[in-house]
Design a protein around this ligand. Sequence first.
Ligand code: NAD
Ligand code: UD1
Length: 335
Amino acid sequence: MVLVTGGAGYIGSHTCISLIDAGYEIVVFDNFSNSSHEGIKRVEKIVGKKIALVEGDIRNRKDLQSVFDTYNIDSVVHFAGLKAVGESMQIPLQYYDNNVCGTVALCEVMQKNGCKKIVFSSSATVYGDPETVPIKEDFPLSATNPYGRNKLFIEKILRDVHRSDPTWKVIMLRYFNPAGAHISGTIGEDPDNIPNNLLPFIAQTAVGKREMLNIFGNDYDTPDGTGVRDYIHVVDLADGHVKALDKIDNFKEVMAINLGSGDGYSVFEIIHAFEKASGKQIPYNIVARRSGDIATCYADTAYAEDILGWSAKYNIDKMCEDVWRWQSKNPDGYN
Ligand code: NAD
Ligand code: UD1
């Protein structure tokens, strides 16, 4: 059985569907700090069966042990964590506690129970401001904020765990910019407050919840001056986790693998794609650059193709269509 920490969240919920479709049995473990029971109910509707669910915190070893006592856990897909960059600068200790200490607790309980396979949600943020693109896995790593340092530290911790006991199997998936929603339009990204990320903000603007999009700078060294990113459909991302689990036994070394589409799109290109998908106009304002932002970021995807036999299937138009279906059917998310 696969333990999915953070399985009620945005990427986790989509991955639960892909894992079940691929024949894996799963149990979700989540403290619902950034997700809702409604999301899980909708996943159950999509897959047509009940999902084993334990409410608990990864920092709580007792909560975790009870899952291992109840279920026969063979591997873990570890999504649980706090993920807002700005917030991580305001409350760094909570981020280190939740994300880093939480992962340490999880690995400890795994080790104690002889479960030594983990697929971890890392991020392209570990590349900092890369000197060139596309970004390859062996590029230098750095971080400019506590969230990024969380990811870097966890990657290092997992490498140390593996060094101490090479029977561990560790895959760290470095996501580029997850976007999109399930084709049913019943589950998707549901930010609590004002969205930090581009696509949820555009979607809320299109549906009338936000007045206009602030574009953070049009003076970058990019074709139209706005930031260029590698948007990856969340269903493609979910499929990448299935491939990682399918193959995890083959690897002796710790694997760090990019999950991106390999294509870069500017903010303007995303706005246009969303306008086409939704038939709505997105009013915008050009404002100052957001601190910590970089000009361009996209993945070299050759390693993921080679190692996992995985590549992105869905393009930006499909991502915008699916986000719009989700947002227009659920203007207030799961509420
Ligand atoms: P999300 O907030 O939707 O999901 C995270 C889930 O973890 C939530 O359901 C939350 O309730 C749960 N959680 C948080 N702390 C927990 C704890 N201590 N114990 C138990 N559950 C806990 O976020 P997401 O977008 O689905 O991201 C999943 C993972 O992917 C995160 O680790 C995130 O850092 C990483 N990631 C996300 C992005 C992105 O843009 N969404 C990009 C790169 C990496
Ligand atoms: C952000 C995080 C990064 C994380 C990534 C994926 C920051 C500083 N970085 O990166 O650590 O790994 O999400 O979750 O938060 N934009 C606007 N207006 C907006 C929102 C975004 O113009 O309201 C622009 C940004 O300047 C950027 C692009 O849109 O050029 C994408 O932004 P976003 O979705 O926040 O992702 P990242 O900046 O790549």
